[in-house]
Design a protein around this ligand. Sequence first.
Ligand code: GCU
Length: 554
Amino acid sequence: MNGAWQVIVDPYGTGVRARFYENATSETGGPIEYNFERSETLNVPGDWNTQKERLFFYEGPVWYRRTFSYKPTEHTRTFVFFGAANYFARVYLNGMPLGEHEGGFTPFNFEATNTLVDGNNSLVVEVNNARRADGVPALNSDWWNYGGLTRDVLLVEVPETFVRDYTIQLAKGSSTEVAGWVQLDRSSAAEPVTIEIAEIGLQKTFTPNSNGRVEFRFPAKVNLWSPQNPKLYDVVISSGADTVRDSIGFRSIEVKGTQILLNGKLIFLRGISLHEEAPNRGGRAYSVEDAQTLFGWAKELGCNFVRLTHYPHNENEIRLADKIGLLVWSEIPVYWDIAWKNPGTLANAESQLTEMIARDHNRAAVIFWSLSNETPMDPERTLFLERLAEDARRLDPTRLITSAMNHVSDAGPDKRVLDDPLGESLDVLGLNEYLGWYGGRPEDADRRQWESKYAKPLIVSEFGAEAPYGKHGDASERWTEEYQVNVYNHQLAMIRKIPGFAGVSPWVLMDFHSPRRLLPGVQDYYNRKGLVSNTGQHKQVFYVLQKFYREMKQ
Ligand code: GCU
């Protein structure tokens, strides 16, 4: 279903009352004031903001229509799958509502088996990226609110009983046993489930219970996945007429005091934070090539870790991280201030968390589920996030729970203590601090002492400074590359001394579009804290961090 779709840009939301979803072509009652046939097109996947200049700032509803011919196959079911649609989507097939979805960065699907017709079909999707005070994220963010069908749209055919979901990983706390489950859809006719890992000569068959579920644990001699050795195995799961193939790595991740242990060994996370923005062309990144360019720069820096901010990035990135050996921090967009007391907002955040975990729970690269970024330190917020931490641990007891925090207590002129109550609920602490940019001078970092209330690993999840590529001047002159280097030199020396320091992911890999960055001739709607420009030009600071990581590796 990828490719050109007819679209109607509908600033006043006329389409619902005018029933655009009916895709009417001939007048049946009053005048029809829309016609998809004669409408402009947008490419899917893709945001609309960078496809049409006049839509760069557009926030509101856009109606997408795609016609296709379809021939039903016996004993199969068909689903319409969306990799993501930002922000709120209503889906109609042949004039019938299939369902709706809120949240711009996680996959969803609807069964279409009984709505599809043999012959011509029309799929109409209303996508609305209007920001909402009760939304996740809410009204304010420091990234561009790209709207549209931003990832793949697929028609998926499966047998009547199929493998709906599964997880296969190293058993918690073991390096010699594999554990997990398989969930069939429509358990009535459940057939035995077979798991095969041919490379290690493994084939196991299990009988599902009455809910079509299999739980298992068995010995398996596997080569463990790590950034140096991103070993993936072909895993085949079959039941009845359905067969699912996946590439899965096996590794363990845990914390021990202030240390993070990968496969039982201490690991230091040499990271970088990045947005899901396409290098060069701009807009929402979605392709394998986009991922290869972004992660290619991370590897060039000497990274073994990427913090994907502030929302779940596309699956091409996650699978590439699995393949090339980059550990991943994945985050839901509970960003800055949201409607903490609103039960609908909590349910929305929980559903985004559930969808993020369900999509990537078989990816060895993903080690962190991050619940939030820079949220205010108030009791409603902490309760909200404690609830999400419980959900995350219930949904996936094998990975580490974290959040990026920026509230610290002042314990004297040069001492700061990370004592945010949220830290209680986390396995690993994320600290965002911008000493030398949003406050103080770069050299103030030389005297700054940090402490944490918690004996837990601490990642400096953000620090940074802005400079457009090629803007040069004195090291004390803000907005110059020299000032950016100056900040990094003092920061890197400072953070090494933080107790429990287990990793870092400076802000940010590449300059990215932001509606909050308005300094003419310098920012021009770009956040310029990148180590590379939006067209990949490497700033001086890129090599400062590269050198630091080379030293950390030794
Ligand atoms: C914040 C925030 C980022 C933002 C960055 C900045 O810490 O987490 O989303 O872009 O700082 O101010 O550049």
